[in-house]
Design a protein around this ligand. Structure first.
Ligand code: CA
Ligand code: CA
Length: 113
């Protein structure tokens, strides 16, 4: 499947970022392969991706479909749900971390083309 991406450098909470993408008929980036995940959307900052475990702790799903994730690239000792973390971000190193959904991060919207 081909996708179109758009990078937003302004920071939003996870839910604000997802709502913004949805207002454009898109959704947050959902990396489904190492090729897609390792693309350097940002070289110097973390950013939100469209994966969470808000429904069941430890059960990470794609937000656009609710389906269980089929690819993952967690950093060392992640996900750790530290202090209750339900939203996933990608470091500039391309490794993932579960993070507080209220943190303010830039983001990438994607849509199928
Ligand atoms: Ca969690
Ligand atoms: Ca974490």
């Amino acid at each position: 499947m081909n996708k179109c991406y758009r990078v937003y450098t302004d920071t939003k909470t996870h839910d604000e970022a997802q709502a913004f993408c949805e207002s454009l008929g898109t959704h947050l980036l959902e990396p489904t392969s190492s090729t897609e995940n390792d693309y350097e959307f940002f070289t110097d900052t973390s950013h939100w991706i469209g994966i969470h475990d808000s429904g069941t702790e430890g059960n990470f799903v794609y937000e656009s479909t609710g389906a269980a994730i089929t690819y993952e690239n967690w950093g060392i000792n992640e996900p750790n749900n530290l202090g209750s973390e339900q939203c996933v971000m990608k470091f500039s190193s391309n490794f993932w971390n579960d993070d507080s959904c209220d943190n303010l991060l830039p983001f990438v919207c994607e849509t199928a083309i």
